[in-house]
Write a protein that binds this ligand. Structure first.
Ligand code: NAD
Length: 487
C-alpha cells in the first residue's frame, strides 16, 4: 500500500496513471465519489498534456516490438489477461459497482464475464482472420491486416470496463499499442486492468492508462500526430470536439454515441413479451446507450400495454446496487440527476403526463418514469435523457410507426415486438439503426457489426469490423506465375 492506493470494499486500487509499465503520479488530483451513498472513494491522478504526451511516447516506443510479435503469442497473452480478469472477477465487480452504481449481480454474472470474453473473442478472431485470395487476370490479390500504431481509446462511465475492453482487446489483438482514458466519474477498474495486463505478461508500454478530465487531457491525446486511431464512446458534443481535434492529423475515428431508440409494439405482438422488453429499458437506471426509451405502441393495444407495463414496473426494487434483490440502482452523479430531472420537469411543464414516476427518489436515485402525451418534436422525445425516463406514443398504421421511429437525429438501435415475420422484415428494412432486435433485446454477439447511424456514431466495430478499423488493411497483388525474373 502506498499513499497512491485507495481501498474499495477491501480491494486496493492504484490511483496513478500507468505509463510505459510504471505508475506515474500527477501533482494534481480529482475526487472520485461513489454514487451509492456519496462517500469518498479517493483522489485520482489528474492528467494533463504532459502525461498524455508521455503515454503516447510510451505507446509509440512499444509499438514495433508488439506489432512484430507473432499473432499466436499476442493471442496467448490476451487469453492470459482474460484469465486474470476471471481470477479477479469478484474484485472487479464490487469495485465497478461502488464506482458507477450499476448492479453488483449484473457485474458478477454478466458484465465481468463479458470483459474476459472480450479478450478471448478478439484473441481467437485474430487467429482466424483472413480473406480468401482472389485473381485479377492471373494476378493474385492477398488481403492482410497490418497493425496501425498507437490507439487512443476514450470511454464513458455507464459500463466502464466492458466498454473499455471492447476497444482495448481488438486494438491489442491487432498488434497496436493503446492509451486508454476512462471517464473521470469511473476511473477505478481501468487501473485494475493495467495491473492484470502487466501480470499477464503484456509488455511495458503496450497498454497505458491515463486518468483525468476529458477537457484537460483529451485534446492532447486526440490531436497528437503519433496517434494512428481514436475510438470514442460517449456523447455527441464530445464526439464533435474529438473529431475536430483529430482532423488536424486526419486520424481515423470510430465514434459510438448516444441514442433515442424506439420500441415498436404492434397489435399483433405477444403483449407480455413486449412488456418484458419495455421494463428492461430501466436497466442500469436507464444509463444504457442502446435503451429503447421511446415506446411506440399501436393504438388498439396501447391501453392494455400501459396497464401491464405499470404493473410490471411496479414490481421493480430500487435501492443499493450491492443488494442482490435490487433491480435499479442510483444514477451516476448529482449533475446527471439534475439533468434527468430537468428533462422530466420541462416535459411535464410542456403538457406531458407522468404515468409513473416523474420525480426524484431519495439520495441519488430517480423514480422510474413513464411519460405520455408527448409531442414528437418535443425535447423529451428528441433528446437522450440517460436516466430511467421513458416516453409512450401511439400510432395507427405501420407507416406512421416507421415515420415516428426514424424521426430523431439518432439511429443507434430499434426494437420491434410483432407476431408477423413479414411485418418485421418490412419495418426493419425501413428503420435507420445500427442494430434492430425483433422480439428480443440486448443480444450482442462480438462478431456482429456494432455502431450507430446519423448522430449515433461513425463506423462499426465488432468481429472483422474491429480489425478493419484498428488495422491498415493492405492488398498485395502478385504477378502471374509467381515471381518473374526481370533480371
Ligand atoms: P462524455 O462524452 O461526457 O464523456 C465520455 C468520455 O470522453 C469521458 O472519458 C470523458 O472524460 C471524455 N472527454 C470529455 N471531453 C473530452 C475531450 N474534449 N477530448 C477527449 N475526451 C473527452 O460522455 P459520458 O457522459 O461519459 O457518457 C454518456 C454518453 O455515452 C451517452 O450519450 C451515451 O449514449 C453514450 N454511450 C454510447 C455507447 C455506444 O456504444 N454507442 C455506449 C455507452 C455510452
Amino acid at each position: 500500500m502506498t499513499e497512491h492506493t485507495l481501498t474499495v470494499a477491501g480491494v486496493a486500487v492504484d490511483t496513478r496513471h500507468w505509463i510505459g509499465g510504471e505508475r506515474v503520479a500527477s501533482t494534481e488530483t480529482f475526487t472520485d465519489v461513489s454514487p451509492i451513498d456519496g462517500s469518498l472513494l479517493g483522489e485520482i491522478s489528474r492528467g494533463t498534456a504532459m502525461e498524455a504526451a508521455a503515454a503516447v511516447a510510451a505507446a509509440k516506443a512499444a509499438f514495433p516490438a508488439w506489432a512484430a510479435t507473432h499473432r499466436a503469442e499476442r493471442a496467448r497473452i490476451l487469453h492470459a489477461v482474460a484469465d486474470g480478469v476471471e481470477k479477479r472477477l469478484e474484485e472487479l465487480a464490487i469495485v465497478e459497482t461502488c464506482d458507477n452504481g450499476a448492479l453488483l449481480r449484473s457485474h458478477r454474472r454478466g458484465v465481468m464475464p463479458r470483459v474476459a470474453h472480450n479478450f478471448r473473442f478478439f484473441a481467437d478472431w485474430l487467429l482466424k482472420l483472413e480473406h480468401e485470395d482472389f485473381e485479377t487476370r492471373g494476378h493474385t490479390n492477398h488481403v492482410s491486416w497490418d497493425p496501425a500504431g498507437p490507439c487512443v481509446l476514450i470511454t464513458p462511465w455507464n459500463a466502464p470496463l466492458m466498454l473499455a475492453t471492447w476497444k482495448v482487446a481488438p486494438a491489442l489483438a491487432a498488434g497496436n499499442t493503446v492509451i486508454l482514458k476512462p471517464a473521470e466519474w469511473t476511473p477505478l477498474t481501468a487501473s485494475l486492468l493495467a495491473d492484470i495486463a502487466a501480470e499477464a505478461g503484456l509488455p511495458a508500454g503496450v497498454l497505458n492508462v491515463v486518468q483525468g478530465y476529458g477537457s484537460e487531457i483529451g485534446d492532447a491525446l486526440t490531436s497528437h500526430p503519433d496517434v494512428r486511431r481514436i475510438s470514442f464512446t460517449g456523447s455527441v458534443p464530445t464526439a464533435k470536439r474529438i473529431a475536430a481535434s483529430a482532423a488536424a492529423n486526419l486520424t481515423p475515428l470510430s465514434l459510438e454515441l448516444g441514442g433515442k431508440s424506439p420500441l415498436l409494439v404492434f397489435a399483433d405482438a405477444d403483449l407480455d413479451l413486449a412488456v418484458d422488453l419495455a421494463v428492461e429499458q430501466y436497466d442500469n437506471a436507464g444509463q444504457v446507450c442502446l435503451a429503447a426509451t421511446r415506446f411506440l405502441v399501436q393504438e388498439s393495444v396501447a391501453e392494455e400495454f400501459t396497464r401491464r407495463f405499470v404493473a410490471k414496473a411496479g414490481q421493480l426494487t430500487q435501492g443499493d446496487p450491492r443488494d442482490e434483490a435490487t433491480d435499479i440502482g442510483p444514477n451516476i452523479h448529482p449533475r446527471q440527476l439534475e439533468k434527468i430531472d430537468g428533462f422530466v420537469q420541462r416535459a411535464i411543464a410542456a403538457g406531458a403526463r407522468a404515468v409513473i414516476g416523474g420525480h426524484r427518489g431519495d439520495g441519488q436515485y430517480y423514480a422510474p418514469t413513464l411519460l405520455t402525451d408527448v409531442a414528437q418534436d418535443s425535447e423529451i422525445v428528441q433528446e437522450e435523457v440517460f436516466g430511467p425516463v421513458l416516453t409512450l406514443q401511439t400510432f395507427a398504421t405501420e407507416d406512421e410507426a416507421v415515420r415516428l421511429a426514424n424521426d430523431t437525429r439518432f439511429g443507434l438501435a430499434a426494437t420491434l415486438a410483432t407476431g408477423d415475420p413479414e411485418r418485421a422484415e418490412r419495418v426493419t428494412a425501413q428503420l435507420v439503426a445500427g442494430t434492430v432486435w425483433t422480439n428480443c433485446f440486448f443480444v450482442r454477439d462480438l462478431q456482429a457489426p456494432f455502431g450507430g447511424s446519423r448522430h449515433s456514431g461513425v463506423g462499426r466495430e465488432g468481429g472483422t469490423w474491429s480489425f478493419d478499423f484498428y488495422c491498415d488493411v493492405k492488398n498485395t497483388v502478385t504477378a502471374p506465375n509467381g515471381w518473374r525474373n526481370h533480371g
